[in-house]
Ligand binder design. Structure first.
Ligand code: NDP
Ligand code: 8X3
Length: 253
Protein backbone atom coordinates (compact mmCIF):
# COMPACT_ATOMS: atom_id res chain seq x y z
CA UNK A 1 0.00 0.00 0.00
CA UNK A 2 1.11 3.53 -0.70
CA UNK A 3 -0.73 6.58 0.54
CA UNK A 4 -1.47 7.53 -3.07
CA UNK A 5 -3.55 4.41 -3.78
CA UNK A 6 -4.96 3.90 -0.28
CA UNK A 7 -8.56 3.99 0.89
CA UNK A 8 -8.74 6.22 3.96
CA UNK A 9 -11.62 6.65 6.42
CA UNK A 10 -11.46 9.91 8.38
CA UNK A 11 -13.97 10.43 11.19
CA UNK A 12 -14.85 13.98 12.23
CA UNK A 13 -14.10 15.19 8.70
CA UNK A 14 -16.76 17.90 8.68
CA UNK A 15 -14.36 20.46 10.21
CA UNK A 16 -10.95 21.10 11.77
CA UNK A 17 -8.32 18.37 11.69
CA UNK A 18 -10.58 15.89 9.92
CA UNK A 19 -11.22 18.22 6.98
CA UNK A 20 -7.49 18.97 6.71
CA UNK A 21 -6.56 15.27 6.95
CA UNK A 22 -9.10 14.37 4.25
CA UNK A 23 -7.69 17.14 2.04
CA UNK A 24 -4.10 15.96 2.59
CA UNK A 25 -4.84 12.36 1.59
CA UNK A 26 -7.20 13.30 -1.27
CA UNK A 27 -4.68 15.65 -2.86
CA UNK A 28 -2.11 12.83 -2.70
CA UNK A 29 -4.50 10.68 -4.78
CA UNK A 30 -6.11 8.50 -2.08
CA UNK A 31 -9.79 7.56 -1.97
CA UNK A 32 -11.19 9.19 1.16
CA UNK A 33 -14.36 8.44 3.12
CA UNK A 34 -15.32 11.52 5.14
CA UNK A 35 -17.52 10.74 8.15
CA UNK A 36 -19.34 13.02 10.62
CA UNK A 37 -22.87 13.93 11.69
CA UNK A 38 -23.33 17.12 9.61
CA UNK A 39 -24.12 16.05 6.05
CA UNK A 40 -23.99 19.63 4.68
CA UNK A 41 -20.39 20.04 5.83
CA UNK A 42 -19.43 16.69 4.33
CA UNK A 43 -20.96 17.78 1.02
CA UNK A 44 -18.55 20.76 1.08
CA UNK A 45 -15.63 18.29 1.29
CA UNK A 46 -16.92 16.41 -1.73
CA UNK A 47 -17.39 19.54 -3.84
CA UNK A 48 -13.93 20.76 -2.79
CA UNK A 49 -12.06 17.48 -3.27
CA UNK A 50 -13.93 15.65 -6.03
CA UNK A 51 -15.35 12.22 -6.82
CA UNK A 52 -12.74 10.18 -4.94
CA UNK A 53 -14.30 11.44 -1.71
CA UNK A 54 -17.30 9.59 -0.25
CA UNK A 55 -19.47 11.34 2.37
CA UNK A 56 -20.69 9.15 5.24
CA UNK A 57 -23.19 10.72 7.61
CA UNK A 58 -22.52 8.92 10.85
CA UNK A 59 -22.65 9.34 14.60
CA UNK A 60 -19.62 7.40 15.85
CA UNK A 61 -21.34 6.84 19.22
CA UNK A 62 -23.87 4.53 17.56
CA UNK A 63 -22.19 1.12 17.46
CA UNK A 64 -24.76 -0.54 15.20
CA UNK A 65 -24.78 2.37 12.76
CA UNK A 66 -20.98 2.30 12.55
CA UNK A 67 -20.92 -1.44 11.97
CA UNK A 68 -23.65 -1.18 9.31
CA UNK A 69 -22.05 1.79 7.53
CA UNK A 70 -18.66 0.13 7.25
CA UNK A 71 -20.17 -3.21 6.17
CA UNK A 72 -22.18 -1.57 3.37
CA UNK A 73 -19.61 0.78 1.83
CA UNK A 74 -19.60 0.88 -1.98
CA UNK A 75 -17.13 -1.65 -3.39
CA UNK A 76 -14.47 0.87 -4.44
CA UNK A 77 -14.34 2.29 -0.88
CA UNK A 78 -14.86 -0.95 1.05
CA UNK A 79 -11.23 -1.98 1.63
CA UNK A 80 -10.11 0.53 4.23
CA UNK A 81 -6.32 0.83 4.46
CA UNK A 82 -6.08 3.78 6.84
CA UNK A 83 -8.56 4.56 9.61
CA UNK A 84 -8.12 7.98 11.18
CA UNK A 85 -10.09 8.07 14.44
CA UNK A 86 -10.30 11.83 14.74
CA UNK A 87 -13.93 12.57 15.76
CA UNK A 88 -13.91 13.90 19.29
CA UNK A 89 -14.69 16.79 21.55
CA UNK A 90 -14.14 18.51 24.86
CA UNK A 91 -17.13 19.89 26.74
CA UNK A 92 -16.52 22.40 29.51
CA UNK A 93 -13.39 23.45 31.38
CA UNK A 94 -14.81 23.66 34.90
CA UNK A 95 -13.76 21.68 37.95
CA UNK A 96 -15.12 18.14 38.36
CA UNK A 97 -17.45 19.09 41.21
CA UNK A 98 -19.33 21.53 38.95
CA UNK A 99 -19.32 19.40 35.81
CA UNK A 100 -22.39 18.40 33.82
CA UNK A 101 -22.63 14.60 33.98
CA UNK A 102 -24.30 14.47 30.55
CA UNK A 103 -21.33 16.29 29.03
CA UNK A 104 -18.98 13.79 30.66
CA UNK A 105 -21.01 10.97 29.16
CA UNK A 106 -20.93 12.58 25.70
CA UNK A 107 -17.13 12.84 25.84
CA UNK A 108 -16.83 9.21 26.93
CA UNK A 109 -19.24 7.98 24.26
CA UNK A 110 -17.56 9.99 21.47
CA UNK A 111 -13.87 10.01 22.33
CA UNK A 112 -13.69 6.44 23.68
CA UNK A 113 -16.81 4.70 22.33
CA UNK A 114 -16.47 6.17 18.85
CA UNK A 115 -12.84 5.10 18.57
CA UNK A 116 -13.75 1.59 19.73
CA UNK A 117 -16.72 1.17 17.38
CA UNK A 118 -14.86 2.40 14.28
CA UNK A 119 -11.78 0.36 15.09
CA UNK A 120 -13.73 -2.83 15.80
CA UNK A 121 -15.70 -2.48 12.56
CA UNK A 122 -12.60 -1.86 10.44
CA UNK A 123 -9.90 -4.11 11.89
CA UNK A 124 -11.08 -7.56 10.70
CA UNK A 125 -10.82 -6.49 7.04
CA UNK A 126 -7.36 -5.04 7.61
CA UNK A 127 -6.15 -8.21 9.30
CA UNK A 128 -7.66 -10.40 6.57
CA UNK A 129 -5.87 -8.37 3.87
CA UNK A 130 -2.65 -8.18 5.92
CA UNK A 131 -2.39 -4.42 5.57
CA UNK A 132 -3.73 -1.38 7.33
CA UNK A 133 -3.01 1.51 9.66
CA UNK A 134 -5.10 2.80 12.56
CA UNK A 135 -4.25 6.40 13.39
CA UNK A 136 -5.87 7.72 16.56
CA UNK A 137 -6.02 11.39 17.50
CA UNK A 138 -5.14 11.66 21.17
CA UNK A 139 -4.01 14.84 22.91
CA UNK A 140 -1.35 16.15 25.22
CA UNK A 141 -4.31 16.28 27.66
CA UNK A 142 -4.02 12.48 27.87
CA UNK A 143 -0.53 12.77 29.35
CA UNK A 144 -0.34 16.10 31.17
CA UNK A 145 -3.08 17.08 33.64
CA UNK A 146 -4.49 20.61 33.76
CA UNK A 147 -7.32 22.21 35.73
CA UNK A 148 -10.65 21.44 34.06
CA UNK A 149 -9.17 18.71 31.88
CA UNK A 150 -10.79 16.04 34.06
CA UNK A 151 -12.81 13.73 31.78
CA UNK A 152 -11.54 15.10 28.45
CA UNK A 153 -7.94 14.31 29.43
CA UNK A 154 -8.99 10.90 30.75
CA UNK A 155 -10.64 10.01 27.43
CA UNK A 156 -7.43 10.91 25.60
CA UNK A 157 -5.38 8.80 28.05
CA UNK A 158 -7.71 5.98 27.05
CA UNK A 159 -6.98 6.66 23.38
CA UNK A 160 -3.24 6.62 24.06
CA UNK A 161 -3.29 3.33 25.98
CA UNK A 162 -5.76 1.70 23.59
CA UNK A 163 -3.39 2.55 20.73
CA UNK A 164 -0.44 0.91 22.50
CA UNK A 165 -2.51 -2.14 23.43
CA UNK A 166 -3.71 -2.49 19.84
CA UNK A 167 -0.10 -2.72 18.76
CA UNK A 168 0.33 -5.73 21.05
CA UNK A 169 -2.81 -7.46 19.79
CA UNK A 170 -1.87 -6.83 16.16
CA UNK A 171 1.65 -8.20 16.55
CA UNK A 172 2.55 -10.20 13.46
CA UNK A 173 -0.38 -8.99 11.36
CA UNK A 174 1.47 -6.16 9.63
CA UNK A 175 -1.15 -3.65 10.80
CA UNK A 176 0.25 -0.38 12.08
CA UNK A 177 -1.08 1.77 14.93
CA UNK A 178 -0.21 5.37 15.71
CA UNK A 179 -1.43 7.87 18.29
CA UNK A 180 -1.02 11.56 17.38
CA UNK A 181 -1.09 13.78 20.46
CA UNK A 182 -1.36 17.49 19.70
CA UNK A 183 -1.27 20.47 22.02
CA UNK A 184 -3.10 23.70 21.17
CA UNK A 185 -4.40 23.87 17.63
CA UNK A 186 -6.32 26.93 16.46
CA UNK A 187 -8.75 27.54 13.62
CA UNK A 188 -10.96 24.53 14.37
CA UNK A 189 -14.30 24.28 16.18
CA UNK A 190 -12.71 22.60 19.22
CA UNK A 191 -12.88 25.55 21.65
CA UNK A 192 -16.24 26.77 20.32
CA UNK A 193 -17.64 23.34 21.17
CA UNK A 194 -15.81 23.22 24.51
CA UNK A 195 -17.28 26.62 25.51
CA UNK A 196 -20.75 25.78 24.21
CA UNK A 197 -20.77 28.25 21.31
CA UNK A 198 -19.29 31.17 23.28
CA UNK A 199 -17.08 32.45 20.44
CA UNK A 200 -15.44 35.19 22.52
CA UNK A 201 -14.31 32.74 25.18
CA UNK A 202 -13.11 30.37 22.46
CA UNK A 203 -11.09 33.12 20.75
CA UNK A 204 -9.42 34.11 24.05
CA UNK A 205 -7.77 30.66 24.21
CA UNK A 206 -5.57 31.58 21.23
CA UNK A 207 -5.19 35.33 21.85
CA UNK A 208 -1.64 36.67 21.47
CA UNK A 209 -0.01 33.32 20.68
CA UNK A 210 0.53 31.20 17.60
CA UNK A 211 -1.15 27.80 17.93
CA UNK A 212 -0.62 24.85 15.62
CA UNK A 213 -2.95 24.60 12.62
CA UNK A 214 -5.12 21.74 11.40
CA UNK A 215 -2.76 21.49 8.42
CA UNK A 216 0.18 20.88 10.80
CA UNK A 217 -1.71 17.92 12.25
CA UNK A 218 -2.76 16.65 8.82
CA UNK A 219 0.89 16.68 7.78
CA UNK A 220 1.86 14.58 10.84
CA UNK A 221 -0.91 12.09 10.15
CA UNK A 222 0.11 11.85 6.49
CA UNK A 223 3.78 11.47 7.43
CA UNK A 224 3.11 8.50 9.71
CA UNK A 225 0.96 6.84 7.02
CA UNK A 226 3.55 7.35 4.30
CA UNK A 227 6.44 5.68 6.13
CA UNK A 228 7.75 2.43 4.60
CA UNK A 229 5.65 -0.62 5.57
CA UNK A 230 8.21 -1.85 8.14
CA UNK A 231 8.09 1.43 10.12
CA UNK A 232 5.54 1.99 12.89
CA UNK A 233 5.44 5.45 14.46
CA UNK A 234 3.91 4.66 17.86
CA UNK A 235 3.31 8.16 19.16
CA UNK A 236 3.67 11.72 17.91
CA UNK A 237 3.48 14.45 20.56
CA UNK A 238 3.36 17.87 18.96
CA UNK A 239 2.91 21.34 20.45
CA UNK A 240 3.24 24.93 19.29
CA UNK A 241 6.52 26.57 20.29
CA UNK A 242 4.45 29.04 22.32
CA UNK A 243 3.15 26.27 24.61
CA UNK A 244 5.24 24.46 27.23
CA UNK A 245 5.07 23.17 30.80
CA UNK A 246 4.55 24.96 34.10
CA UNK A 247 5.37 24.12 37.70
CA UNK A 248 3.12 22.14 40.06
CA UNK A 249 0.56 24.28 41.84
CA UNK A 250 0.97 24.54 45.63
CA UNK A 251 -1.94 25.41 47.90
CA UNK A 252 -0.75 27.38 50.96
CA UNK A 253 -2.82 28.16 54.06
P1 NDP B 1 -13.55 20.19 15.60
O1 NDP B 1 -14.64 20.47 16.60
O2 NDP B 1 -13.28 21.20 14.55
O3 NDP B 1 -13.83 18.79 14.90
C1 NDP B 1 -14.42 17.71 15.58
C2 NDP B 1 -15.03 16.78 14.57
O4 NDP B 1 -15.59 15.65 15.26
C3 NDP B 1 -16.15 17.43 13.77
O5 NDP B 1 -15.98 17.08 12.42
C4 NDP B 1 -17.42 16.78 14.33
O6 NDP B 1 -18.38 16.66 13.28
C5 NDP B 1 -16.88 15.40 14.73
N1 NDP B 1 -17.72 14.75 15.71
C6 NDP B 1 -18.01 15.14 16.98
N2 NDP B 1 -18.87 14.28 17.55
C7 NDP B 1 -19.11 13.31 16.62
C8 NDP B 1 -19.93 12.16 16.61
N3 NDP B 1 -20.66 11.80 17.68
N4 NDP B 1 -19.96 11.40 15.48
C9 NDP B 1 -19.23 11.75 14.41
N5 NDP B 1 -18.44 12.84 14.35
C10 NDP B 1 -18.40 13.60 15.46
O7 NDP B 1 -12.25 19.91 16.47
P2 NDP B 1 -10.72 19.57 16.07
O8 NDP B 1 -10.59 19.36 14.64
O9 NDP B 1 -9.87 20.56 16.76
O10 NDP B 1 -10.55 18.18 16.86
C11 NDP B 1 -10.39 16.95 16.21
C12 NDP B 1 -9.84 15.95 17.21
O11 NDP B 1 -8.59 16.42 17.69
C13 NDP B 1 -10.69 15.71 18.45
O12 NDP B 1 -10.63 14.34 18.79
C14 NDP B 1 -10.01 16.56 19.52
O13 NDP B 1 -10.23 16.07 20.81
C15 NDP B 1 -8.57 16.42 19.11
N6 NDP B 1 -7.64 17.44 19.54
C16 NDP B 1 -7.87 18.77 19.28
C17 NDP B 1 -6.94 19.72 19.67
C18 NDP B 1 -7.15 21.18 19.46
O14 NDP B 1 -6.49 21.98 20.13
N7 NDP B 1 -7.99 21.61 18.53
C19 NDP B 1 -5.68 19.32 20.31
C20 NDP B 1 -5.55 17.90 20.53
C21 NDP B 1 -6.49 17.01 20.14
P3 NDP B 1 -19.96 16.76 13.42
O15 NDP B 1 -20.25 17.80 14.48
O16 NDP B 1 -20.39 17.15 12.04
O17 NDP B 1 -20.39 15.38 13.80
C1 8X3 C 1 -6.79 19.71 23.07
C2 8X3 C 1 -5.55 20.35 23.59
O1 8X3 C 1 -4.51 21.46 25.62
O2 8X3 C 1 -6.82 22.02 25.08
O3 8X3 C 1 -6.73 18.34 23.21
O4 8X3 C 1 -6.31 19.88 26.00
S1 8X3 C 1 -5.82 20.94 25.14
Amino acid sequence: MTTTDATVLVTGASSGFGAAIARRFATAGARVIVAARRADKLAERVSELGPHVLPLTLDVRDRDAVQRAIATLPKEFSRIDVLVNNAGLAMGLGPAHHADADEWQTMLDTNCGGVLHCTRATLPGMVERGRGHVINIGSIAGTYPYPGGNVYGATKAFVRQFSLNLRSDLHGTGIRVTCIEPGMVGGTEFSTVRFRNDHEQADRVYAGMQPLTADDIAESVYWTASQPAHVNVNTVEIMPVAQSFAAFQIHRD
